[in-house]
Design a protein around this ligand. Structure first.
Ligand SMILES: Cc1nc2c(=O)[nH]c(=O)nc-2n(C[C@H](O)[C@H](O)[C@H](O)CO)c1C
Length: 170
């Protein structure tokens, strides 16, 4: 800890996967958030801080009530994006307004509070951002692709597409 801040160590994995590894990172503003307390209200979705990959701002358009920002995402992040689902951009919990799977681009509507409090306001077309897909999608993917490894006491798999659909995951 310093008097006016703190120092963090970035591992090689972090430098590989996030914008912290880019040459242009120095002197940039960062978004800070204290950890969620167990039992407190959740204002967005579960942001783990585990960045999956880097995306880019494609375009930003100011409307009467928000900034509509379009981002591109690499395929390994795009696979977790669903319309009206959640995504973390630079650690900010945001709702996906629209998703274009062919272009691997998605849009978010940034409200004035978020625009004022985060570094989204400093992005220019082409700026890189850290993307984190919703962890719920990662668990669903794991269960659906892990075959019969997850068995109930009778040897059958209890996680089936029907089970997930009935419980609101699909
Ligand atoms: C789920 C969610 N979605 C949006 C959104 O679609 N657009 C937006 O501008 N803000 C959203 N927020 C709130 C932001 O996460 C919050 O304002 C910032 O993290 C600053 O605290 C949240 C929590």
């Amino acid at each position: 800890m310093l008097n006016n801040g703190f120092v963090a160590t970035a591992s090689p994995e972090t430098l590989r996967k996030t914008t912290l590894g880019e040459d242009s990172i120095s002197a940039q503003h960062v978004n800070l958030e204290t950890s969620l307390r167990v039992g407190s209200k959740i204002g967005g979705h579960f942001v783990m801080g585990h960045v999956d990959g880097i995306g880019h701002l494609v375009a930003a358009e100011q409307t009467a009530t928000s900034w509509e920002m379009t981002f591109s995402a690499p395929s390994y992040v795009a696979q977790y994006i669903v319309p009206k689902g959640s995504i973390a951009i630079n650690g900010i919990s945001l709702t996906v307004a629209e998703y274009n799977p062919e272009a691997m681009q998605f849009q978010v509507a940034v409200i004035p509070l978020t625009y004022a409090e985060t570094n989204l306001s400093q992005l220019q077309p082409g700026s890189s951002v850290n993307l984190e897909g919703d962890i719920l999608g990662k668990y669903v993917e794991k269960f659906l692709t892990s075959g019969n490894k997850h068995q109930n006491k009778d040897g059958g798999s209890f996680i089936t597409p029907n089970f997930l659909a009935e419980n609101g995951y699909l």
